[in-house]
Design a protein around this ligand. Sequence first.
Ligand code: GN1
Ligand code: MG
Length: 357
Amino acid sequence: MSNFTDNILIGLLANFSIANKEYTFKPLTDGFINDTFLVLTDDKPLYILQRVNHLVFKNIDGLMNNIHNALENLDDVDYHKITLVKTQDGKSFYENNEDDKAYWRLMTYINESTTYNTTENQEIAFEAGRVIGKFHVLLNDIKVDNYIDTIPRFHDLELRKSQFEEALQNAQQHKKEVAAIDIDFAIETLSKLSAMRQVELPTRICHNDTKLNNILFSQKDSKALCLIDLDTIMKGKFHYDFGDAVRTIVNTAPEDEQQHDKITFKKSLFESFVSGIASNGAFLSKEEIDALPYGAILLPFLHGLRALTDYLNNNIYYKVAYENQNLDRSRSLFDFTKKAINNLDFMKEVTTEKLLS
Ligand code: GN1
Ligand code: MG
């Protein structure tokens, strides 16, 4: 749980250019990487205060620069602008050098907004597609070289494969026995995916973490407002953002669901999601469209592989609530991967029909 008392958080807030009020805090505990707090006055949320994990994100200056650059473009009638609050000395984050080095940032809270971990609602799926497409349309013409890689090779299968192989070599024997079936699936799928490898695709500035609960929705209707959790904004391929969304939208169960019969590949939600992307007009090349079904298999698999690797490494990357959480997450993600593989032809049909016109 959080090591930050209200007094510590009040002290941190004082570094930002905001009105001097009585603030209270509520930890938001869904993330696996950063520490996040809602900042309220009279029970009304005003800001999001966040400590960025600098062990995961090694170049915080570059990361904040990426976010700052992208936010300048991410503003439209159909896309809600996010505002970073400046520190007293005009920076977009506060660097605390006292005991433990830490980096903090503050963003305005968007009123009457909400997030969903899962959905059964086709309108939500459509809106998720629409807003992800909009994000890409708004960033279509920017110079990708102005952006650093906040986590180099984040969605690179070769890198994740070698990290997995290294973890496997060093893992305790009993862990390898417990995860034997999962390890076999990983090895088999790694070779399957290598065989499916795509042609060279255009590099875009992507969000790279487009799971459903990183999309902000209006509480009043089902309209999507914008994408949040912007640390992984960097170069990437469109099918990364596509696949990461599919694994959390088309599956109506949470990403760590342990009862695998509840993990779904819901075709109607997939169709609505793709229709939402298509509502932005044509902005993808034929090659990018052809790569989408591959992305919907690659991303759940990559996340499952990373969770399995972290299980073998004794949980050094993700925050875990219990010893085998990474193993359970990898099993659920692998289960969805299998379901996506079984729907490959369906995905090809729908993406071609809706996007290639
Ligand atoms: C991590 O902490 P959170 O939930 O924003 C991870 C994502 C995964 C996610 C869980 C930098 O993000 O890639 O989608 O856990 N972020 C990083 O699946 O590793
Ligand atoms: Mg994230």
